[in-house]
Ligand binder design. Structure first.
Ligand code: ATP
Ligand code: MG
Length: 335
């Protein structure tokens, strides 16, 4: 059995707004990522992907609050740790996060090598500059980044190069898990491909032990990740292998997400270009039954009566819908 790098059990976290309203952006989420594996998370804007990423790192600052559940990184439960302990022992070393706006987050007044020194010395104040430099050169070379970049300022780098540099800095401490949040959506297609190749190289070289890749575009995950989860309105609605979720989605939302691609990937060109009508529910007051019911073309009155449980249908395969897989497959065939 492969070692489990990250296990999340029934995690719920919420934003408390200025008006004291609770917004449950991560609602009873469970997941597992094994060593050497990558998990993709897909879903429309506002479904809770970035909130889940922050929550997984124990990164709780108001208005985001932990409510319940466990986050276990390589056997250590971090959900009970204090923020200070998380900052010192977990962030960067155990779990690293590349935020959505990472390209603009580099301090413009410092050279890349100085930014790397900052990261390493924050964890090991005795680390020598020469050792850091040697490590940085070695890392950059393996990842196909020219060593000259180390002497540059962030403004001197192109978008694609800046994004790859951010990734290289984020993983300089060889974390067990890397969470990459929409690492490619602001880039042109060539740069996107280079970023994705780099993420896969990181795994191959053992610089990271597992990865979570977050995107709007479900099909993009097919070539990058082993497993895929689809989120809707704070909940997971489908979980399975990449091939299952992309080519045989069961939940009507996952099915819709497959059909609403703006830039189809190679091999997926016959996919229909239709968006899912409607908008996700307001998480301040989500519907009692299925959260997707208002937008679902297969909805029946029963969908709105009770909260819908996740169905476990095979080894690694789950979905959240009242209909059987046979019923759904047939419905999709007849569409
Ligand atoms: N500071 C906040 N206070 C209250 N609610 C918030 C706050 N930040 C986010 N939310 C709500 O939490 C939900 C999830 O937001 P989140 O940013 O995690 O979505 P996302 O899936 O990452 O979206 P995107 O694809 O646009 O990045 C949204 O409904 C949003 O309105
Ligand atoms: Mg986000």
């Amino acid at each position: 059995m492969a070692k489990v790098m990250l296990e999340v059990k029934d995690l719920t976290t919420k934003y408390i707004t200025r008006f004291r309203e609770n917004v449950y952006a991560v609602d009873h989420v469970s997941l597992k990522v094994e060593e050497g594996k990558s998990l993709g998370i897909a879903g429309e804007s506002g479904c809770g992907k970035s909130t889940l990423a922050l929550s997984l790192m124990g990164y709780y600052f108001p208005p985001l609050h932990y409510t319940s559940g466990d986050i276990i990184i390589d056997g250590t439960n971090i959900s009970t740790m204090k923020p200070d302990e998380i900052r010192k022992k977990i962030l960067g070393q155990e779990i690293a996060y590349i935020p959505q706006a990472a390209m603009n987050a580099l301090n413009p007044t410092r050279k890349i090598i100085n930014l790397i020194e900052d990261v390493i010395q924050a964890h090991d104040p005795k680390a020598k500059k020469k050792e850091i430099y040697d490590l940085a050169v070695e890392r950059f070379e393996v990842l196909g980044l020219p060593a000259e970049v180390l002497q540059k300022y962030p403004v001197e780098l192109s978008g694609g190069m800046k994004q790859r540099t951010v990734i290289a800095i984020s993983v300089i401490l060889s974390p067990k898990i890397l969470i990459a949040d929409e690492p490619s959506s602001a880039l042109d297609v060539t740069s996107q491909k280079m970023v994705i190749k780099m993420l896969l190289d990181l795994m191959e070289h053992g610089f990271i032990k597992s990865m979570i890749f977050i995107t709007h575009e479900l099909p993009l995950l097919y070539n990058v990740t082993d497993d895929i989860m689809v989120m809707y309105a704070g909940q997971i609605v489908e979980k399975g292998t990449a091939a299952q979720t992309v080519f045989d989605p069961l939940h009507p939302y996952a099915k819709g997400l497959m059909g609403s691609i703006i830039v189809p990937e190679r091999g997926l060109r016959d996919v229909k270009l239709t968006a899912i009508p409607g908008v996700p529910p307001n998480l301040k007051n989500p519907p009692h039954g299925c959260r997707f019911a208002e937008r679902c073309r297969y909805v029946v009155p029963e969908c709105k009566v009770h909260p819908i449980e996740m169905l476990h249908i095979a080894d690694n395969r789950h979905y959240r819908c009242i209909f059987s897989e046979e019923y759904l497959r047939k419905a999709y065939q007849n569409d």
